[in-house]
Ligand binder design. Structure first.
Ligand code: ADP
Length: 686
């Protein structure tokens, strides 16, 4: 009227009584000046548009959005329902009150898990409702049977009318909706939602509340799925733990009999000329397969240790080129015998490289052995290079290749490509899985590219330097030696060649020469042997009895008694024994002033590094892992016998010096220690 300008008011709330009840409505008003003949404003035209549907629609949409944001990720169904109720309480105009009940298991009990708009102890919000109880506050049973989305009025429920919501009027209607479980007739529970006394319960109101119920249902389903997933993960972890224990135990059980098979077999095969040819052949077959079994047991053990996080790498600074070339060269003659061109190319490293040499050996040998196995003709190339501050070791072949759809699976444990042509069908599908775990431990990556019929390329890349490694796992002194674990790989590979047997023996002989090239000298000494396995005890006793005076006992307790009765030069003991185990025996020996200097060699089937450390940390003098070769055991015992005798001589010298002083109170002694031993008691002047 004053300015002559049109104006408006949007979505004004207005309470109207037009359909027989007081209604919450929204209107948009526009005011347009109406001019009279003089040109001045003579009146105002007011148009009113009803916007109730839109305003309510937007309000409900924002509630639904908040619901999906706030309850969707809940990891527990009760938490999800409580969060849903909290969200609904923000929109009391549409949902004056809401109760969320979840059914307990298969029972007829419904538990209140969410309450919006009512006091916790309100009579309309019982904590538990028996679904089948006809007198229950809320008729959940009827709702359950009829999948009710019908409206409950004061006749249908004792709880109504209820004072709730923003209006002075009570709620005398509510709706019970199932919180539906997909694919099942029995829902997770029920949503009881009050209906606003100032709104018409029309189609859009009903579908809004249905959507609220389905949001809650999907949140509960998610929470259930999460719970299931967690339970499954826990069950899997439990299976995994059991499996690891099983593998460790089984490996122990395997290794002792394997020692007893491999030892006598190796002994028997040492003089082949004394055996009839067919017996020799049988022995060769038995020997080869025992080695194969041993390799498998070792790989499984490595794998379980890695999986259980018990494999601790000892990273050393190495000349990666030299180390990899040395490892690769163990395969050279095998490759040549098979008619494959084998080349090893090395690019100098631009920075220091750190690897665990033992693990590196397994990585390289597994990849080369696979290349050999799956390449019938052409060539195998091993290359060491530097790319983007990473050392890359690639093993490339011109072999059968891997089908594209199989490539993503080849690193899975026990996965093998069906129908591949290789030199052998042997294999357990664990090699690449092991390689991948070992590479990961080095902070590296293992990749494979392949083309069917043309060949494959496996590349390991590890960062240069040591910044990516935990300092606790880096050792400063280098112990890199000639590759020691190549024999089983090469031996296995040789068996895949047509004329396997004899060549394999030659190659193995050449590989293992140098390790135990000379027989230990025959000595005099007393060895006390403790092992509970009768076969093992007899075998080890027989081996050692050729050189020393051996007393064999069946457990640590007997060993201790025997040692106290007559001091041995060396004690050789198994780790796992009844009564008193190897570690217990070692402790007792070290605590005994008469015996604490007796060298103790532990014999164990637990090949793991951790077992070795445990042995040495417990101050064992040496540690022999089963299965051991006869020569290895003899060499080690011999070394300890010699050491023990030297110690005895030193002790003798020391006693003589002590006697001298006690007999001559004033004296000058100039003694020269024996050249063969560095006596701590050598005295040059006094
Ligand atoms: P295994 O050799 O004992 O079966 P691995 O884990 O070493 O187990 O290899 C898994 C599978 O990947 C093999 O069975 C083979 O099908 C495929 N594979 C591995 N290396 C090669 C390769 N160089 N060429 C072709 N196929 C390969």
């Amino acid at each position: 009227m004053n300015s002559g300008e049109a104006t408006w008011s949007s979505d004004q709330s207005l309470v109207l009584t037009r359909k027989g009840f007081t209604e919450e409505t929204y209107l948009t008003w526009s005011y347009s000046p109406t001019l009279v003949e003089t040109g001045s404003v003579g009146g105002v035209f007011t148009a009113v548009i009803e916007t109730t549907e839109r305003v309510l629609g937007e309000r409900r949409l924002s509630t639904l959005r908040a619901l999906s944001e706030q309850v969707g990720e809940a990891k527990d169904s009760h938490v999800a329902c409580a969060a849903a109720a909290a969200t609904l309480s923000q929109n009391a105009a549409d949902v004056p009150f809401a109760l969320v009940y979840l059914l307990e298991g298969d029972s007829d009990r419904a538990i209140l898990v969410g309450n919006a708009g009512l006091l916790p102890d309100a009579s309309g919000a019982p904590a538990v409702i028996a679904v089948n109880d006809l007198d229950a506050t809320w008729p959940l049973g009827t709702a359950l049977i009829h999948e009710a989305d019908g409206v409950i009025t004061t006749e249908g429920s004792r709880a109504l009318p209820i004072t709730a919501g923003p209006w002075p009027e009570c709620c005398d209607r509510a709706v019970i909706l199932p919180i539906a479980r997909a694919g099942q007739t029995r829902p997770y529970g029920m949503l009881i939602a009050g209906i606003s006394p100032r709104l018409e319960f029309n189609h859009s109101y009903r579908s809004f509340l249905s959507l609220v119920a389905s949001h809650i249902a999907s949140a509960v389903a998610n929470a259930h799925a999460y719970g299931e997933e967690r339970r499954r993960a826990e069950a899997l972890a439990e299976i995994d733990r059991t499996k690891t224990t099983f593998f460790s135990n089984v490996s122990h059980e395997f290794r002792t009999p394997l020692t007893l098979i491999l030892g006598p077999l190796s002994d028997a095969r040492r003089s082949p000329e004394t055996l009839p040819p067919e017996v020799r052949d049988h022995l060769d077959v038995a020997h080869r397969n025992s080695l194969r079994l041993l390799k498998l047991v070792n790989t499984l053990l490595d794998f379980t240790r890695l999986e259980a996080g018990r494999a601790h790498a000892r990273f050393e600074r190495v000349d990666l080129c030299a180390l990899t070339t040395d490892l690769a060269s163990t395969f050279r003659s095998t490759m040549e015998k098979a008619g494959l061109a084998f080349s090893v190319q090395c690019e100098p490293m631009s920075g220091p490289t750190y690897v665990d040499p033992e693990m590196w050996e397994k990585i390289v040998l597994n990849l080369i052995s696979n290349a050999f196995k799956f390449t019938l003709q052409g060539d195998v190339t091993v290359s060491v290079s530097v790319e983007d501050a990473r050392a890359v070791i690639a093993v490339e072949d011109t072999g059968t290749g891997i089908p594209e759809d199989q490539l993503p699976h080849i690193f899975e444990r026990f996965h093998r490509v069906q129908g591949t042509t290789g030199r052998s069908h042997e294999g357990s599908g664990i090699g690449l899985a092991l390689v991948q775990e070992l590479v990961k431990l080095h902070g590296g990556e293992l990749t494979a590219t392949s083309e069917l019929g043309r060949g494959s390329r496996f590349a390991v890349s590890i960062p240069l330097g040591s910044a990516h490694l935990s300092p606790a796992h880096i050792v400063s002194e280098s112990s890199v030696a000639v590759p020691s674990g190549a024999t089983p790989y090469v031996e296995e590979a040789l068996r895949w060649l047509p004329a396997a047997a004899t060549t394999a023996d030659d190659a193995i002989a050449s590989l293992s020469s140098g390790v135990t090239a000379h027989e230990p000298p025959v000595g005099v000494g007393r060895v006390l042997l403790a092992d509970d396995n009768a076969d093992m005890r007899d075998y080890a006793r027989r081996l050692m009895a050729e050189r020393w005076d051996v007393q064999a006992v069946t457990n640590g307790r007997e060993a201790l008694d025997a040692a106290r009765a007559q001091r041995p030069d060396v004690i050789v003991t198994d780790v796992m024994m009844p009564e008193l185990d190897g570690f217990g025996l070692l402790r007792e020996i070290r605590a005994d002033p008469e015996l604490n200097s007796v060298p103790v060699i532990m014999l164990s089937a637990r090949a793991g590094e951790e077992a070795r450390l445990e042995g040495l940390a417990a101050t064992a003098d040496d540690y022999v892992v089963k299965p051991f070769s006869a020569r290895d055991l003899l060499a080690r015992v011999d070394a300890q016998v010699v050491k023990a005798r030297l110690r005895a001589v030193e002790l003798h010298h020391a006693r003589r010096v002590a006697n001298l002083f006690s007999n001559a109170p004033v004296a000058i002694a100039v003694l020269r220690g024996r050249d063969t031993c560095s006596s701590p008691m050598r005295i040059t002047s006094l």
